[in-house]
Design a protein around this ligand. Sequence first.
Ligand SMILES: [Zn+2]
Ligand SMILES: [Zn+2]
Length: 338
Amino acid sequence: MQAVVFLGERQLELKKFPDPTPDTGEVVLEIKASGMCGTDLHRYRGPKLDEHLIAGHEPCGVVLAVGAGVPPSQASVGDRVMVHHYDGCGACKHCVEGWTQMCDDGSTIYGGKNGHGAHAPYMKVPAHTLVKLPEELTFKAGAAISCGTGTAFGAIKQLELAGDETLAVFGQGPVGLSATLLAKEMGARVIAVDPQSDRRAMATSFGADYTIDPTDVDAAELIRELTAGLGAHKSMECSSNAMARAQSVDCLRKWGTACMVGVTGDITVPITNLIHKQARILGSWTFSKTGQAECARFILERGIDINPLFSHEFVLDDAISAYKLFDAQKMGKGVFLL
Ligand SMILES: [Zn+2]
Ligand SMILES: [Zn+2]
């Protein structure tokens, strides 16, 4: 099979790999949709990569072959599935709780630093990483839930967002837009912040009560104005932008909580902004395996259409131009359909 490999330094190639076959405890998936995520850009733009791994960590497809020792309840040929794209030792506290990405023994990240991913016709994973995709959801939706949208859901859960609260979401890329959409569905009031007008327009179409261009006004100041001078109950930072990160704390009301989701850079905030407000800052890294299943159920039960998150669809042969476009930030979220 031909699969997409990041070489680093903004280079990628379609490389030939043998079609995978499942060993004991494993399955091979026929990939139907493989999403492009912001994290992929870090590897794409990063230093030269010597190990040639298949990219793509938002896998969604159908079980094609099942190895020995896999019970039918875990995987059967034809099952529609997503992958919780991590594996760990299986025995430590974090693995047992479904947070294999936090394994004490170090984790495998499929389509990341040390495991083959889903920008390929086939993908081999341990059967226990599979999360069933409900019939009613598209493969595209499953791909989004497998990282970007699931990450937004996980952060909202960590924030313990309530329906009577105001959430400020900084950055309206695929994760921030998902947060806007999901938080609205949970009943919260959402203020969406992004310098790009097309992203603000998307946020409005996804239900944002108010959008702010942070290059135009002081976003934190305006958020206070929109909340009777109090500030937002909760905020989420999805842009990795230093100013947005500081404002996501500055915009909080007393006892408020800011959740950091954007993964690069540092955080610098005036300490009085934290102490005298009794504010909290927390970090949120993706979601557990059960969290991924809960996100899919929520989207299904609320009838939420997340397909509009994707602005571009590609075939694997388009991978070079697809990542060029993504790198130039000339698109929203892309997905390879197979
Ligand atoms: Zn472990
Ligand atoms: Zn991701």
